[in-house]
Write a protein that binds this ligand. Structure first.
Ligand SMILES: [Zn+2]
Length: 107
């Protein structure tokens, strides 16, 4: 695998979110949260939830893959960072609510 080191700048917005500035374009920093949703461990990335399939866990597919036939997915690097994201969803983001316990439920 060839790793390209890009010359970029990490900028922090007043809202606390981080963006990558590269060649005068900004990209949102690829961060996600590991959350517990209805007892399942999923990742929350830009308002959508993804769950792991397969042994490696490197490919995370949209939680609506089976019910909505959504093809959105994210691919993770070995260190857990997001390598690629295919974010074409055919449905709106799920409405989640965080409970006091830190767990999430769909509303
Ligand atoms: Zn989806």
């Amino acid at each position: 695998m060839i790793i390209h080191f890009l010359c970029y700048q990490l900028i922090k917005l007043v809202t606390g979110s981080e963006l990558i500035m590269y060649q005068n374009y900004t990209f949102s920093f690829h961060t996600y949260q590991n959350i517990s949703l209805m007892g399942k461990s999923v990742i929350l990335y830009r308002n959508y939830t993804y769950s792991r399939r397969g042994v490696s866990g490197k490919h995370q597919y949209c939680s609506r893959k089976s019910t909505m036939r959504c093809n959105a997915k994210v691919t993770l690097n070995d260190d857990g960072s997001i390598r690629a994201a295919h974010e074409i969803h055919n449905h709106p983001p799920p409405q989640l609510m965080k409970l006091k316990s830190g767990h999430y439920i769909k509303i």
